[in-house]
Design a protein around this ligand. Structure first.
Ligand code: MG
Length: 159
């Protein structure tokens, strides 16, 4: 059995009056993420972890924000496309672990739904998808409510 590990990192700016998509779930909020896609920074970091594991570049390289083809696209669609690539190359996702840093709103009630949605898109069991949410104790740009920061890791195997 071969294994590959990948990590991903992404930040999106927060602005009033935009929808807030995180982990494939619409978060009830009066502010959301500035982005070319739906702004789902958690899924972007996860895509980069999967691509990183296989040294396939990053999400910006695959889906350029200069292309109208990807404007306003749901990030779950981008994740589906990344998973297609992973499967084509014969790899299986063992697990993924995502940490979201956001000051508000509280994400804990939405975490089970995020795990279900992400696992569904990836075609793996929710037990293999971890989502953790934290604030930064009001420190830094996350703490001031200016942005959301996400780290993700993924382990892939090929038998
Ligand atoms: Mg992004």
């Amino acid at each position: 059995m071969e294994y590959r590990i990948g990590q991903g990192y992404d930040v999106h700016r927060i602005q009033e009056g935009l929808p807030m998509w995180l982990g494939g779930v619409a978060v009830p909020s009066d502010r959301g993420f500035v982005a070319h896609s739906d702004g789902d920074v958690a899924i972007h970091a996860l895509c980069d972890a999967l691509l990183g594991a296989l040294a396939l570049g990053d999400i910006g390289h695959l889906f350029p924000d200069t292309s109208d083809e990807w404007k306003g696209i749901r990030s779950t669609v981008l994740l589906e496309k990344v998973m297609e690539r992973v499967r084509e190359l014969g790899w299986t996702v063992e697990n993924a672990d995502i940490t979201i840093a956001l000051q508000a709103p509280k994400l804990a009630p939405l975490v089970p739904q995020m795990r279900e949605v992400i696992a569904g898109v990836m075609g793996i069991a929710p037990e293999r998808v971890s989502v953790k949410a934290t604030t930064t104790e009001r420190l830094g740009f996350v703490g001031r409510g200016e942005g959301c920061e996400v780290w993700a890791v993924a382990l892939l195997s090929r038998g």
